[in-house]
Design a protein around this ligand. Structure first.
Ligand code: GLN
Length: 197
């Protein structure tokens, strides 16, 4: 049985859990380090990255999560979760997990367009475009070596990236009906569990 945790310190964790459960995955909330035991993967949901990053440190999750990420444990961050996974995040006064070689800027799209929706080409998910919902999303300003860009905006800005078993989306697949990113992550988790990656 594949078991996926969703970090439930703050933000829209319930939506992720609902989708995984619908897909037949044992998904559960994670707030404390001991709750990481037995998990095959973890999602860091959208929310407020300053709050999430502060609570990760306060709940003694920083070292266990960094260690797992370094050892190839699958982690997926959406929106604020992308910020928490990044190597560098401007305007964040708490440490990140440094699991993905990207630099991000919080709320990088600016006030004028702080929320928008767009259809993205995501070849890794197949032919059909993915309808992506962005809410005060981070902008990926730098993409380092070894990072695969899974989707970008028309202006070239990366909005979905993967490096080994770390996945990040600047938008919110948990807020739409299309569950292909959740299934993509489940495949990553199963591949890791079975020893393929
Ligand atoms: N703007 C938020 C932040 O900086 C992220 C918003 C979101 O997760 N929807 O943390």
């Amino acid at each position: 049985m594949t078991s996926i945790g969703v970090l439930a310190l703050q933000g829209d964790f319930a939506e992720h859990i609902g989708i995984f459960q619908r897909l037949g995955i044992a998904a559960r909330e994670v707030r404390h380090p001991q709750e990481l035991a037995g998990l095959d993967g973890l999602v860091i949901p959208g929310g407020e990255s300053t709050t999430v990053a502060r609570l990760i440190s306060e709940f003694a999750l920083l070292d266990p999560l960094r260690e797992r990420a370094q050892n190839g444990f699958p982690i997926w961050g959406t929106c604020a979760g992308m910020i928490v996974l990044a190597q560098r995040a401007s305007e964040l006064s708490w440490p990140t997990l440094d699991a993905l070689a990207i630099a991000v800027r919080r709320n990088g799209f600016g006030r004028q367009v702080d929320s928008f929706e767009t259809d993205l080409a995501v070849p890794a998910l197949g032919q059909q475009a993915f309808h992506a919902v962005f809410i005060r999303a981070p902008i990926v300003e730098e993409v380092g070596d070894g990072v695969e860009v899974l989707a970008k905006l028309e202006n070239g800005t990366a909005v979905a990236v993967r490096q080994a078993n770390a996945l990040a989306t600047a938008f919110h697949p948990e807020l739409t009906e299309d569950d292909r990113f959740h299934r993509y992550f489940i495949d990553m988790v199963r591949g890791h569990k079975d020893g393929h990656a």
